[in-house]
Design a protein around this ligand. Structure first.
Ligand code: MIC
Ligand code: SF4
Length: 641
């Protein structure tokens, strides 16, 4: 009794540890997913583990991020992924089938299950009542090899929803209001669990919008109950037999409860350059807009795009705006076409682009210089759109349409009558863009590796005293987009660590990689929430390749912290945050790692200062770092079993 829904699912999957906040626990993982831009590395790691076939109930490999195929490299990655999937028993979702989170929610998510995905927005599936967590590729590879997923048991925060959303206010506004309250680090090591009367007023895709962008608070995951609304969604997907009802106990104990009356939520907007820089739309009304992009794993469901179609029907977009729409999946596009809604988008002047991540990760549609771009996406970090001086705002589909029609930011409640949407009870469901592995392919398929796919670099175990310069000192909320940017040029190198490492911190400091190599590595000094955002382990692996020995920060984001550990970079936090101020870029540091105690001493030999840092990680993680990283540790374990 008095259990939260999260605790119930954790309890059913607990392999190690106690269900107590901050304890280190091991969870059994039922499903895994990867996408192309983190997947190539994840599968290179999986291959290095020497396992013949995935040991999960279901593992999926999606191609949805980099699909531009500028040259052979990107196409070679896709071919590699397809051959790996066939050989190791993984379902392959072909390019064109849609964004991993949207497609997974439609076709595979199941209440009560666990999912580990090599993408930070994996919690989208929490909209289906499951524990879905984003992680680095190596952790996902380990789960495919049958290993538990280890994490710090999060605190479980209850978000009690009451009331109903007003017309023109939507799920995106709900999560923006939560972000405003929690900020981009308020959710670290927490699960946001939704409950209360308001839950039933939200459809599964709307719940998915909320759990998707819960990631931006730094939360480990977010979850909704599985109820009648869930059953109807599964029914529309021909999967009603996979439904089970799941809720928290009525007297469940949360570490904290946040009350949110949906009736009080207004249209909101995240201003440049952070998802928590939230204002009401009315506060920034009349700002001229140059580009509007509707799509991404946050807001590209059939429900979202039918609404957009209804609002654009019979209208024409403003001459100053370029409007792109990228449906979340081929299923969404097919159903929009079948219902006749697609025509309203096309006639209004929208540019329909591929069912993929696209502009969200800087694959095309970079805004013009200094442009204002309104996007229904989840991240607006500086430069992520591909244009360094663009101003990206995050909004709901309703607010996006209002801007596309008026050419400026307008409160969507001025659009007139709210359209009555009729969602079909049954959708056109078509799985022919999945390639399912068969006994004929498993263990019998040749793995095709193009010339740009390079083996993983090997790293040696941690030595006694670490010495080196502070190669970079940076501020708060540095994202993995800052550490290693997206975009088609750099993403084509995701399977080539030596090459991609040349782009490390390139937007913040063009000489960083050269300097790091020249100085044979060193240290990075960071502020709060270092490594927020994407799960890309390249943001740890490339610095490791350049010789980075430790990152000393005020605090870390969860996934990046795990990635640093996995690749043997020491993640240290200042015992006294004021010591951050005393250190300068270029200072020489020394750190004795003979014994990895909880508190270690760092000497800044340039200024003759000594300060303490904390190494707040499990004993298992310490052993892994000392062995030279997680891969070496798992390889040993697999070979001895
Ligand atoms: C993102 O939204 O930043 C990405 C691209 O989906 C990443 C994964 C990646 O870097 O490939 C994520 O969120 O994990
Ligand atoms: Fe793709 Fe953007 Fe979603 Fe990341 S946030 S998975 S890039 S759509």
């Amino acid at each position: 009794m008095n259990k939260t829904l999260s605790e119930k699912i954790f309890a059913n999957h607990l392999v190690e540890g106690k269900l107590k906040a901050t304890e280190h626990v091991g969870l059994k993982i039922d499903h895994t997913l990867t996408q192309d831009s983190t997947g190539t590395l994840a599968y290179l790691e999986f291959q290095a583990m020497g396992v013949s076939k995935v040991k999960t109930q279901l593992s999926l490999s999606f191609v949805d991020h980099n699909m531009l195929q500028n040259d052979f490299r990107n196409a070679d990655d896709h071919r590699y992924l397809q051959s790996v999937a066939a050989n190791y028993g993984i379902v392959f979702s072909r390019p064109g089938n849609g964004i991993c989170h949207q497609v997974y929610l439609e076709r595979f998510a199941r209440p009560g299950f666990t999912l580990l995905g090599s993408d930070s927005h994996t919690p989208t599936a929490g909209g289906m009542g499951m524990i879905a967590i984003g992680a680095g590729g190596l952790d996902v590879a380990a789960a495919m090899a049958g290993e538990p997923f280890y994490l710090e048991m999060p605190e479980i925060v209850g978000i009690k929803l009451t009331g109903t959303l007003s017309p023109f206010v939507s799920a995106k506004d709900v999560i923006l209001s939560i972000l405003k309250r929690l900020t981009v680090k308020g959710g670290v090591n927490k699960i946001l669990e939704y409950f209360g009367e308001g839950v039933k007023t939200l459809s599964v895709p709307e719940r998915g919008t909320i759990t998707n962008m819960g990631t931006e608070t730094g939360a480990t995951t977010s979850i909704f109950p599985s109820d009648e609304v869930t059953r109807l969604f599964l029914k529309s997907q021909d999967r009603e037999n996979q439904w089970v009802p799941l809720t928290a106990d009525p007297d469940a104990v949360y570490s904290e409860v946040i009350d949110l009356d949906l009736k009080t939520v207004e249209p909101l907007i995240a201003l440049p350059h952070s998802p928590d820089n939230v204002k009401t739309v009315s506060e920034v009304e009349d700002t001229p807009v140059d580009q509007v992009c509707i799509g991404s794993c946050t807001n590209s469901s059939l429900h979202d795009l039918k609404l957009v179609a209804a609002l654009l029907k019979g209208k024409k977009i403003s001459d100053r705006v370029s409007l792109t729409i990228s449906p979340g999946s081929r299923q969404v596009l097919e159903n929009l076409a079948a219902s006749g809604d697609l025509i309203h988008l096309i006639r209004a002047g929208a540019r329909i682009i591929e069912n993929a991540c696209g502009p969200c990760i800087g694959i095309g549609q970079a805004p013009s210089s200094g442009a204002v771009s309104l996007r229904t996406f989840n991240r607006n970090f500086k430069g992520r759109s591909g244009t360094q001086d663009a101003k990206v705002y995050l909004v709901s589909p309703e607010t996006a349409v209002a801007a596309a029609l008026y050419g400026k930011i307008v409160d969507p409640r001025k659009l007139g009558d709210y359209p009555q949407l009729s969602m079909p009870d049954k959708l056109f469901v078509n799985d022919n863009m999945f390639i399912f592995p068969t006994p004929e392919t498993i263990g019998k398929t040749e793995i095709i590796m193009g010339p740009n796919i390079k083996p993983l670099p090997a790293f040696s175990p941690l030595q006694g005293t670490l010495k080196g310069e502070v190669l970079l000192k940076i501020g708060d909320n540095i994202s993995t987009d800052d550490i290693l940017p997206g975009g088609s040029e750099i993403m084509a190198l995701r399977s080539n660590i030596p090459e991609i490492s040349n782009y490390t911190f390139c937007r913040l400091d063009a000489d960083f990689a050269k300097r790091a190599l020249q100085k044979k590595g060193g240290f990075i000094i960071g502020g709060e929430n270092y490594g927020q955002g994407s799960s890309r382990e390249h943001a740890a692996l490339a610095p490791k390749y350049l010789g980075i020995k430790a990152v000393i920060a005020k605090s870390f984001a969860r996934i990046h912290l795990a990635n640093l550990i996995n690749f043997g970079i020491l993640p240290l936090t200042f015992a006294d945050k004021q010591d951050y101020d005393g250190i300068a870029q270029g200072d020489s540091l020394e750190l004795d790692t003979g014994k990895l105690e909880r508190t270690l001493t760092v000497k800044d030999t340039t200024i003759g200062l000594t300060f303490q840092v904390e190494l707040d990680i499990s004993e298992l993680d310490k052993a892994m770092i000392q062995a030279g990283g997680k891969l070496a540790a798992i390889k040993q374990k697999q070979q001895s079993s």
